[in-house]
Write a protein that binds this ligand. Structure first.
Ligand SMILES: *[C@@H]1O[C@H](CO)[C@@H](O)[C@H](O)[C@H]1NC(C)=O
Ligand SMILES: *[C@@H]1O[C@H](CO)[C@@H](O)[C@H](O)[C@H]1NC(C)=O
Ligand SMILES: *[C@@H]1O[C@H](CO)[C@@H](O)[C@H](O)[C@H]1NC(C)=O
Ligand SMILES: *[C@@H]1O[C@H](CO)[C@@H](O)[C@H](O)[C@H]1NC(C)=O
Ligand SMILES: [Fe+2]
Length: 457
């Protein structure tokens, strides 16, 4: 009798536990423990190109609101050198156009940057391969890129999703896995680039090495930038109090095209997407420039032309890791209702060094007096993706809140990257690639159905 009673009780306990613990998947994958260490300066991926004063750290980004313009950036180490970009359509090599770069330098404590060039190539044709040439004579270098298709509701387009990359051996693996996947057409970078601030005096030579490291992808396809906390480079103890100084000198974005007054928040349209980039580390309260700008930008979104509305913001509004827990709460309070009301499809965040995908949940009913503080499922809510898993020197964030809350669909503490394959106005295929699995293996995937144009099923 007693043993039967015990069995029943055990069963009841299991039932209660199953009912309560209705979260998603906490992956059982465990990675071989090894420290995340930066590749040394002498590494192959940091090698400067041959030739005197040869252009290095080449990268491109979208230069306007709609994708007809590209900003080409590079650094020359010894002197200004040529500030010309010669470019043309790849199938018409005889017709060369030239554009002039602006050159800037900056100092950071006792570091002096090389000559940083930024050149905007305007009036490009859509969906066209261009080549471009920079530098002079024996140390000139040539690259190419493909412009995005014209903005339209059913234009397929594939983005790579990378966050918190850094420059460790793991970062190298992440970049290699993304780069070897021919599907990726542009990268949505979710903040925290070089982690130069990890070093004494924020050794800005680590900004240079990061630029050389990422060139193999960023010189050939557009990387859309978002600033994270490691871009602040705030170091009053050495007199460096201008926030985002190295980042803003090196990584220009087309913020004026969307009426923004700061490179830290802006928007672009690309193929079938409207992408809004926000800054977790700039004021966003009521009446602030970022708040006012976002409110206006959301009125400009036209889902009949760009069905997919994507927000990129470094610090996550939702995550169930113990690390950095609730750091994004201030922005959630300010902006979540706008995200739900405007049916944002996806919110991309990083910062927490692991991978997590949320269910579509909303916590906008909550106000400080009504106690409705539990996120509820909402078909209008975005999917929050946490891709702080690029592989930087700080290592993995491996401690999760237990049991897994119901709004967490999949979580795993591994390095990797994501891809978002937009097929048409209703369907996009999302997948996450764990580094330990080798190139292109999919560890988590799901179809996203557009929040504005819902498919009929
Ligand atoms: C900057 O100062 C640090 C610490 O004093 C020193 O190790 C480093 O060599 C200096 N760098 C330059 C470029 O002078
Ligand atoms: C980085 O990855 C590339 C591509 O796999 C490889 O050729 C290179 O040797 C790696 N470098 C380091 C320092 O691991
Ligand atoms: C707070 O929420 C309660 C319950 O939903 C609502 O009655 C009340 O008006 C809200 N307060 C404010 C100031 O919006
Ligand atoms: C959109 O793409 C999905 C996935 O490829 C496909 O099943 C669906 O039929 C497409 N819709 C239209 C209207 O073509
Ligand atoms: Fe971060």
């Amino acid at each position: 009798m007693n043993s039967m009673k015990a069995q029943l009780m055990a069963l009841a306990l299991i039932l209660i536990f199953t009912l309560r613990c209705n979260g998603g998947i906490t992956s059982s994958f465990t990675r071989k423990p090894h420290p995340s260490i930066d590749m040394p300066f002498g590494s192959d991926v940091f090698k400067a190109p041959p030739g005197f004063n040869a252009p290095q750290q080449v990268h491109i980004t979208q230069g306007d609101y709609e994708g007809k313009s590209v900003i080409v950036s590079w650094v020359t180490p010894k002197k200004t050198g040529s500030n010309l970009v010669l470019y043309g359509k790849a199938n018409d090599k005889h017709k060369l156009i030239s554009a002039l770069a602006k050159v800037t330098t900056y100092k950071y404590y006792n570091y002096t940057s090389g000559f940083i060039h930024h050149c905007t190539l305007n009036d490009l044709e859509y969906n066209t391969k261009y080549f471009y040439k920079i530098g002079s004579e024996d140390s000139s270098r040539q690259f190419s890129f493909i412009t995005p298709p014209e903005v339209g509701p059913d234009v397929p387009y594939t983005f790579g999703l990378i966050g918190d990359l850094g420059q460790t051996y793991d970062s190298n693996q992440t970049l290699e896995h993304y780069h070897s996947n021919p599907k990726g057409q542009a990268v949505l970078f979710i903040g925290d680039l070089s982690y130069a601030d990890h070093y004494p005096l924020h050794d800005n030579r680590r900004w240079d090495s990061w630029g050389r490291f990422t060139e193999r992808s960023a010189a050939y396809q557009t990387w859309i930038w978002c600033a994270g906390n490691h871009e602040m480079d705030f170091a009053p103890e050495i007199g460096e109090t201008r926030l985002f100084k190295p980042y803003m000198h090196r990584y220009p974005v087309p913020y004026k095209a969307s009426g923004s007054t700061s490179p830290l928040w802006y928007a672009i349209k690309r193929a079938s997407t409207h992408i809004i980039v926000l800054s977790s580390y700039s004021a966003f309260g009521t009446y602030t420039p970022q708040y006012e700008w976002l409110q206006t930008e959301l009125t400009k979104v036209d889902r009949t032309k760009t069905p997919w509305l994507i927000v990129i913001v470094h610090s996550p509004l939702y995550n169930t890791n113990n690390y950095h827990y609730m750091e994004g709460e201030g922005m959630r309070v300010m902006f979540e209702s706008w995200f739900v009301e405007n049916k944002v499809d996806i919110v991309l965040s990083g910062h927490v060094h692991s991978y997590e995908r949320m269910e579509r949940v909303s916590n906008i009913a909550y106000n400080i007096s009504n106690k409705k503080c539990t996120p509820v499922k909402s078909e209008d809510a975005p999917v929050y993706l946490n891709l702080g898993d690029g592989g930087n020197i700080e290592g993995l964030a491996a401690e999760y809140i237990q049991p897994q809350p119901s709004y967490s669909a999949f979580r795993e503490s591994s390095f990797g990257h994501g891809t978002l394959e937009i097929k048409n106005r209703t369907h996009a295929f999302y997948s996450w690639h764990r580094n330990d699995d080798g190139v292109r293996t999919v560890a988590d995937s799901v179809w996203f159905y557009n929040r504005y144009h819902r498919p009929s099923e």
